[in-house]
Design a protein around this ligand. Sequence first.
Ligand code: PGA
Length: 243
Amino acid sequence: MGEPRIEVVDDDVELARVGARSIADLVRADPEVTIVPATGETPLGTYAALADLHRDGDLPTEAVSVVQLDEYLGLMSEDRRSLFGWMDRTFLTPLEITGERVTRLPIDGDLDDACAAIDRTLATRGIDLAILGLGSNGHVGFNEPPVSAGAPTRVVHLTPPTVEANARYWGSAQDVPTEAVTLGMRPLLAAASVVVLVSGARKHEIVRRALEGPVGEDVPASFLRTAAGDVTVIVDRAAWEGL
Ligand code: PGA
């Protein structure tokens, strides 16, 4: 534990390069890692760069496991809005991570029971690496403010700012589900390593609040400053300087 390491990069191209290098270093050091990969737009370049490394034989993934970070509720499994589908297209398939090595969040049945079972598993096995984005309201995963640092994996209601921010992926706010499941703050804050990727001027205010403002439930990402493991925030100049 310690203060997050902040790495300011020039632009999204460098963000992808530095992000992929940091993640690849961790995977090469421990090829049996358990990774939680965020969806969203920010990590796409990083994931593409990781896929290039993998294709070139520079990133072994045979022993990598993945746990899903968040998922909407109320969708059919083939729905284009499924975040599992997003993770599959952008991370799992390009990196050839399949089958039992992938833990999917529950979307039906007894969700509370299933979420508790995931947290029990994570309490023993642990997350080695969480790759996170930063919501414009400070959320990590779908841990919407206000949230405590001890929040478990659970069902959540999405707040209007998140629905609005995610409308750009799916057409309109009406197309964004308002219920979701998310890994909790507690398992995420226990991760051995966390890499947070932040890009674009619209994230300026929130990245500064998360890293320099008070630590507390109004800005879930601020709790990363109390995380158990190593936290690296890779942020482009537009987000850091508000350009
Ligand atoms: P974004 O999403 O990477 O698409 O900005 C971040 C988030 O909502 O966590």
